[in-house]
Design a protein. Structure first.
Length: 257
């Protein structure tokens, strides 16, 4: 896969996706969005990939969001499959996604982090949805996801003021899972990935699908609903291997089938 604005590496069942436009604080323009869309397609389709980590090149920015200079010159860009970052509008990527926020995650940058399942942030990271300050709104899911991640009043305070918050405050309100020194950020994201890899890939994906598709439903309805990956899990080899490995006091060998 030929990529100019994204670095994409795969090793030991983990994909590392790096937005590679540090000269513009990893802001995204249409070519970068298109490349990310293709990368996420590959993450979804490659059976060897079980977890993905998303980060930004350099130490200043995870992503500053939409490339406003490009937009000022060319107009509002058309979004690729999956929406901004090829990710925010996807509803078919059930593999766990970890955002390693290295620097600012603003506007669309925060929106793609919110589309991930786990967020770890460097101590110098700053997060926010500043779109109203430039006459826009966080239309790539920010106004909908943020109130699902933190209490409503806190979410509205951030949405309506465009205020940026430091990583420590983001952790305090539950927006990020862990804050670590910048130098250990990727090591920390990889630790989270390794912990996920200890689990059955089918169980992890079924859990993600059920958790997200159950949101917004009454509890009884969510529990009674049918989720395709849950049904697939209970007919898989992994559902036999897990209890067998436990009984035999050994580590399970997940087949992912």
């Amino acid at each position: 896969m030929q990529l100019e604005f994204v670095r994409y590496e795969k090793r030991d069942h983990v994909a590392v996706v790096t937005i590679n436009r540090p000269e513009v604080m990893n802001a995204l323009h249409p070519p970068a969005n298109e490349e990310l869309s293709r990368v996420w397609d590959d993450v979804a389709d490659d059976p060897d990939v079980r977890v993905a980590i998303l980060t930004g090149a350099g130490d200043r920015a995870f992503s500053a969001g939409n490339d406003l200079k490009w937009t000022a010159q060319h107009g509002v860009p058309r979004m690729p499959k999956g929406g901004f970052g090829g990710l925010v509008a996807r509803d078919d990527l059930w593999k766990p996604l970890i955002a390693a926020v290295n620097g600012v995650a603003l506007g669309g940058g925060l929106e793609i982090a919110l589309a991930c399942d786990i967020i770890v942030a460097g101590e110098t990271a700053r997060l926010g949805l500043p779109e109203p300050r430039v006459g826009l709104m966080a239309a790539a899911g920010g106004v909908h996801r943020l109130p699902r991640h933190v209490p409503l009043k806190l979410a509205m305070g951030l949405i309506l003021t465009g205020r940026q918050i430091p990583a420590a405050e983001a952790a305090r309100i539950g927006l990020v899972n862990e804050v670590v020194p910048q130098a250990t950020l990727m090591e920390t994201a990889e630790r989270w990935a390794r912990e996920i890899l200890e689990c059955s890939p089918f169980a992890v994906q079924a859990s993600k699908q059920a958790a997200l598709q159950g949101l917004g439903r009454p509890l009884a309805e969510a529990m009674a609903a049918q989720y395709p990956l849950v049904q697939r899990l209970f007919t898989s080899e992994d559902v036999v291997e897990g209890p067998r490995a436990f009984a035999e006091k050994r580590k399970p060998v997940w087949k992912g089938r």
